[in-house]
Design a protein around this ligand. Structure first.
Ligand SMILES: NC(=O)c1ccc[n+]([C@@H]2O[C@H](COP(=O)([O-])OP(=O)(O)OC[C@H]3O[C@@H](n4cnc5c(N)ncnc54)[C@H](O)[C@@H]3O)[C@@H](O)[C@H]2O)c1
Length: 334
């Protein structure tokens, strides 16, 4: 990520602040870490148990005196309390992602995503942090057919993962109202970009498609591929986090915001765009639709625009091109 990006306005305040990024060795968390370090934050602490993340994602900061890595589990309250010492701002990204994983193993998902979340939230409260921003998910919209998705119109969750993220939002609301704690939730819509992992049974669709294309192998498409998503480049998610941490809008705290681009594309169309960009790729194979998946997803992002000043600068096509380029570069194929 280029260092000239700046989504905060008060550089002095920013450079005097200490940040904790939970899940900072993961895909989105490591991009947030890059932003904080590149913009000279006073200190950046990462807590990550490396269950899904990689030290490789943050290896370029490990020897920097402003950076501290804690190989620890957010389910351990003492570890979280220790990580929280002297912290001004918290960006909470640690969680077990994936709807199918949560259907297979709801206990682990609940432990990391609910108990772990509550540990981070309560330790942040006890440490009097200035603000905590956390990753929620568009899965919270569940069975609601309303399109585009507006924050206050949700349906019933369709998976344990969606339940866990909804519980995060409820706890955040209660901590805001009960303790006056400044908490902001971001409902991410299908974030993609460099470093997203194509390995493992719960890999996301964009890195899987890119790997298939680069290996000249047919990818699997769940169902007919006509399901739509509001694919969001990771740089936009970083921007949303930074703007949420630093907005001075008096009504911003205690709310949940959609983080997306506000455009949708079908899975089949997305695969075709990647094929066009790469000039390769074979016909996909179709298989059964996935349990717990929603058919269509598209966000209304007016609230984040109005209260956070969020402006998703990177549209889906540019994001796909950048992700493809970065993957090719990583594999010496550029
Ligand atoms: N990627 C998306 O499209 C998307 C969409 C909606 C919501 N989210 C949410 O955004 C956040 C970041 O997602 P990501 O895509 O970067 O996933 P990721 O798996 O790459 O990152 C999550 C990180 O959290 C760490 N972690 C998991 N359990 C932990 C624990 N108990 N203690 C300490 N660390 C732990 C993992 O090792 C990993 O590094 C998650 O909360 C996820 O649920 C992501």
């Amino acid at each position: 990520m280029p260092s000239l990006l700046q989504f905060h306005s008060d550089s002095v305040k920013f450079q005097q602040s200490k940040f904790l990024v939970t899940g900072g060795a993961g895909f989105i968390g490591s991009h947030i870490v890059d932003y904080l370090m590149q913009n000279n934050a006073a200190e950046v602490v990462v807590i990550d148990n490396l269950s899904e993340g990689y030290k490789d994602n943050i290896v370029h900061w490990l020897n920097n005196p402003r950076f501290k890595f804690i190989d620890g589990d957010i389910c351990n309250y003492d570890t979280v309390k220790l990580a929280m010492q002297g912290i001004d701002y918290v960006s909470h990204q640690a969680a077990l992602g994936s709807v199918p994983r949560s259907i297979k193993d709801p206990i682990s998902t609940n432990k990391a995503n609910v108990s772990g979340f509550l540990n981070v939230l309560n330790a942040a409260r006890e440490a009097n942090v200035k603000r905590m921003v956390f990753a929620s998910s568009s899965s919270v919209y569940g069975d609601s057919p309303v399109l585009p998705k507006v924050e206050n119109q949700i349906g019933q969750p369709l998976s344990p993962y969606a339940v866990s993220k909804r519980v995060n939002e409820l706890y955040a609301d209660v901590f805001y109202k009960t303790y006056g704690m400044e908490v902001i939730g971001l409902r991410y819509f299908n974030i993609f970009g460099p470093r997203q992992n194509p390995d493992g049974p719960y890999a996301a669709v964009v890195p899987l498609f890119i790997r298939s294309i680069l290996n000249d192998e047919p990818p699997f498409i769940n169902g007919d591929g006509g399901q739509t998503r509001d694919f969001t480049f990771v740089e936009n998610a970083v921007q949303a986090n930074i703007r949420a941490l630093f907005t001075s809008h008096p009504d911003a705290a205690g709310k949940i915001y959609n983080v997306a681009v506000g455009e949708r594309v079908s899975i089949l169309e997305m695969y075709q765009i990647l094929r066009d960009f790469s000039g390769r790729g074979v016909e996909p194979n179709h298989r059964a639709s996935r349990e717990g998946d929603i058919r269509d997803s598209l966000a209304n992002i007016s609230l984040a625009k109005n209260l956070l000043g969020y402006d998703p600068e990177v549209k889906m096509r540019e994001g796909l091109q950048r992700t493809l380029n970065a993957t090719q570069l990583k594999h010496g194929m550029a």
